[in-house]
Design a protein around this ligand. Structure first.
Ligand code: B12
Length: 646
């Protein structure tokens, strides 16, 4: 039986999303017994590469020119990205292949030409180089100095790709973005109808390319089973579109859907029409459910071959079949992920922001491993702790993780790892670091943690010696009252000490921040910004991102809203996706207004700017806010306690 595993567009482009690699690594262990032939492909990358190619960009110019020709005064109503593109279309056509090759790392010498700024056309996105009106050269010189030619060229080529992506979105397909496609059709969508309508609409050029790609994959692999992974809402539209094409091209093939989006948003699926596209949809970790399904497909007449957490359509109704005798595969036994079959030299490294920590997300290729399945804390009120991928904690021994890393280095020739844990546990990281050092493995790695007391300066130094280059973690609302309410289990002062331990060890640190948590007041938001300012000033943080809090149905806030002082607003009954829920917070704070100032401040802090400004200044364009009530030396004092305690 031939099984093809796919990641439908779009996801980040610098490295493969790992679900197909994890599942293929696991299925390999069972392939001889079941007679499976396994293959994986990444249509997300392929679609990008097709769009960003000379012939396609030429076609884009022709289409957009043709469209404009029919409209009076078309130029006046044209988005800036398209106007600029049409003015310089020939240059885009002649440079796009070279720029993409450069971003793939396949033509490094081109950096000198790109860095010279006469080679690539510079559209509206390049305004990001002059955020406050300064000449772009000043920003580039500040960021890359005189010798950083490669990085400078990468940043410029990334802006060039952003401009072209804007042209695709504004000119050809409004659903398109570089790392998500049609996201809004799927995210928390109570009804399947909008997605169905989009699938029934006349195809865009992006749709046509996707259909062609699907046809090629069917021809190359002739699969009997096609597994689609939808990690995010931004993969869902393409998954349905591709599944429909598979149905037409290979009517006998079985289509299966799984992934993070499904595990989070489709748990209460009741829409039978979804099964016009997919035969089976599985929940949570895919190893056991997929194995059960493949065993059943191999022996269709054997009634003992039952399913685990698998939706299918029976007599026109959606049914979840789950035999309680099956259990998930322990993390230690899931096998080693494999990237076999994926074109690792064709992924595209983009520089999305001039901040070293931010780069880890979109730049360079990272192999992925998981140190521990789930979260060992699993109490945070905003988090989907009731779901299996968070709630079921199952670490693997350090030897197992180190073996997987060694195997991936041997397979890919690359030693960079993104640990895709919910929150890698300190004890497991210590053991992993000691194992890597004892074995003499050279690896570079980063991942998400909780800013726990257990991450002492000594442990941070050990992790850094073993190859840790970055950690991300939640400081969330940066207010002790709210951190306690949400059961985060950390205090601001503790976060200051832990993050400083990491930055002192030379490790990059990113903080996830949140605003708009239930009962949060304006004063608390201003105070939070003051604490974050101090953390940047004291060198505890390199980067951060402020998310607007959203209540989800699987989080403690969504399940027990009264405990957090809010009431949920019931939306329309859902037969399709369920995740975010609207709520009313009687505190009545205007978080939208404050959010703009918070983001403005952070953007500047990440570039090392405005750290001595009164935080109220960042909110000023939207109105007045109260004076912060936080001692100006809160973080400095927290850090000096650390020193005297040592
Ligand atoms: C690391 C991570 C990130 C990283 C890296 C992302 C990347 N592109 O690689 C960062 C921080 C950048 C990130 C960003 C985002 N993330 Co994120 N991320 C995660 C996290 C913690 C781990 C992902 C991972 O690599 N897991 C390991 C793989 C192997 O697990 P998996 O994909 O779930 O696959 C397993 C099963 O799902 C199943 N399976 C998967 N596919 C298939 C297919 C079939 C056929 C079958 C049978 C089974 C199956 O089997 C696999 C093995 O068990 C997950 C939560 C989690 N613990 O999974 C959230 C998670 C996937 N992210 C999520 C979201 C929403 C996002 C963002 C959209 C956030 C935002 N608003 O910007 C962005 C999107 C980024 C993008 N477009 O690429 C959500 C998705 C839920 C949803 N609502 O759809 C999750 C589930 C977390 C959450 N509850 O919010 N993320």
């Amino acid at each position: 039986m031939r099984v093809l595993l796919l990641t439908p567009p779009m996801t980040q482009l610098n490295t493969p999303y790992p679900a197909t690699a994890y599942l293929m690594g696991f299925l390999r262990l069972h392939a001889p017994r079941l007679g499976l032939e396994l293959a994986q492909a990444d249509p997300a990358l392929e679609l990008f590469l097709r769009l960003m190619s000379g012939p396609e960009v030429a076609r884009m110019a022709e289409t957009l020119r043709g469209r404009a020709a029919g409209i009076k005064r078309a130029r006046d109503s044209m988005p800036a990205s398209i106007a600029h593109f049409l003015d310089h279309a020939d240059r885009y056509v002649s440079t796009v292949d070279a720029a993409v090759r450069f971003l793939q790392g396949r033509d490094p010498s081109l950096s000198v030409r790109i860095a010279g700024r006469a080679f690539l056309p510079e559209g509206p996105r390049f305004a990001a180089l002059s955020p406050t009106g300064e000449p772009a050269e000043e920003t580039l010189a500040w960021a890359f100095g005189a010798l950083g030619t490669t990085d400078r060229a990468r940043a410029l080529a990334s802006l060039y790709v952003d401009d072209l992506a804007d042209v695709v979105r504004e000119g050809l397909d409004p659903r398109f973005a570089l790392s998500r496609y049609g996201e809004r059709l799927a995210a928390s969508a109570p009804s399947f109808e909008p997605l169905l309508e989009a699938l029934a609409a006349p195809p865009t050029r992006v749709d046509d390319l996707l259909d062609a790609l699907t046809a090629e994959l069917m021809e190359r692999h002739a699969p009997d089973v096609v597994c689609f992974s939808a990690p995010f809402p931004g993969n869902v539209y393409a998954a349905f579109r591709m599944a429909r094409a598979v149905r037409r091209l290979r009517p006998g093939a079985v289509c299966v859907l799984g992934g993070g989006y499904v595990n989070t948003e489709l748990r209460a699926l009741a829409e039978p029409r979804v099964f016009d596209f997919f035969d089976y949809i599985t929940l949570d970790d895919g190893e056991r459910p997929l194995l059960c399904l493949l065993e059943r497909l191999c022996a269709p007449n054997d009634p003992s071959k039952t399913l685990l957490r698998t939706f299918r359509r029976v007599d026109g109704q959606v049914r979840l079949e789950s035999d309680p005798r099956h259990h998930d595969i322990p993390h230690r036994d899931t096998g080693t992920p494999t990237y076999e079959g994926l074109p690792l030299d064709r992924y595209v490294s983009l520089v999305e922001m001039l901040n070293p920590m931010h780069r880890l997300w979109s730049d360079a290729r990272w192999n992925k491993v998981t140190v521990a399945h789930g979260c060992y804390w699993k109490k945070c009120a905003f988090c989907d702790v009731s779901l299996d991928y968070i709630g079921r904690y199952d670490p693997a021994a350090a030897n197992v993780t180190a073996d997987r890393m060694a195997a991936l280095i041997a397979e890919t020739g690359q030693s960079g790892f993104h640990l895709v844990d919910e929150a890698a546990p300190p004890a497991a990281l210590r053991a992993l670091a000691e194992t890597l050092l004892a074995r003499g493995v050279t690896a570079t790695w980063w991942g998400n943690i909780r800013f726990e007391k257990a991450f002492t300066p000594d442990l941070a130094q050990l992790l850094a010696r073993a190859g840790c280059v970055g950690v991300t973690g939640g400081l969330e609302v940066a207010s002790d009252r709210l951190l306690e309410l949400m059961q985060k289990g950390v205090s601001v002062e503790q976060v200051a000490r832990v993050t400083k331990a990491f930055t002192d060890a030379g490790v990059l640190v990113h903080a996830y921040l949140m605003y708009g948590f239930p009962t949060q007041t304006e004063q608390e938001t201003v105070d939070a910004l003051e604490r974050v300012r101090q953390l940047f000033e004291a060198g505890c943080l390199h980067s951060a991102y402020w998310h607007r809090f959203a209540a989800t149905v699987h989080s403690p806030v969504g399940r027990e809203p009264a405990r957090y002082g809010i009431t949920l607003v019931e939306g329309p009954a859902s037969t399709f996706a369920r995740n975010d829920v609207d709520f009313v917070d009687p505190t009545g704070c205007d978080h939208d207004r404050l959010g703009v100032g918070l983001k403005r401040a952070l953007y500047n802090y990440m570039l090392g700017l405005g750290l001595d400004e009164d935080v109220r200044a960042w909110f000023a364009p939207e109105g007045r806010v109260p004076r912060p009530k936080v001692p100006r030396d809160l973080v400095a004092r927290a850090l000096s306690t650390r020193r005297s305690a040592r």
